[in-house]
Design a protein around this ligand. Sequence first.
Ligand SMILES: [Zn+2]
Length: 210
Amino acid sequence: MVKIIRIKGGTDNCYLVTDDNKAILVDTASGANLDMVIKECDKYEMKLIVLTHVHFDHAENAFELSKRYDIPVAINKLDEELFESFDKQPLKPIGLVGRVVLGLSLKVLRNTKIERPQNIIYIDDGDDLGSFGFDAKIIGLPGHTLGSIGVDVEGKHLLVGDELDNWIRPGVGHLYYDIDAIKKSADKIRKLGERTVYYGHGNPTPNGRF
Ligand SMILES: [Zn+2]
């Protein structure tokens, strides 16, 4: 039976999608959390790492973990330029929460070099992860970054990265690269109907609470 295990490092969430002894890791948290993430992943036969997008607090450990478990890292191609520089897709804030979060994280977003994993595969809207042994689909959710994606597991569990967040209450992501796209992606999530939504930041909630 599929279970979603939240790994919480400070304010960063990443998730193990597990089925008995095998697992996919969705996001990797930031470098400071590497040991904690390894401790959880070591319990499973790791099949794949999926990055919802390429920001350090989701992607910084991808290089190390991909090497350790000898598994690929799946990203959307449109985010690949973010391994070179965060400033390829600068973020703007929504509201007070957005301004506070951006104010606190901009320097580190800019200055953290995310090492590009050696084994990258590309994923896009509609791809499914059946070949990795999971009933899960990739959903394109551009807006926070150009290549942001979500993972829809068994039509029940939806992992959304930073497309939505739950810093204080669930809502459209407070930081965006493309405001129209992030709003459209939020509508797309609403229309998926009943799901548990797992955020890059904050506690999971039922879908539609935004
Ligand atoms: Zn982000």
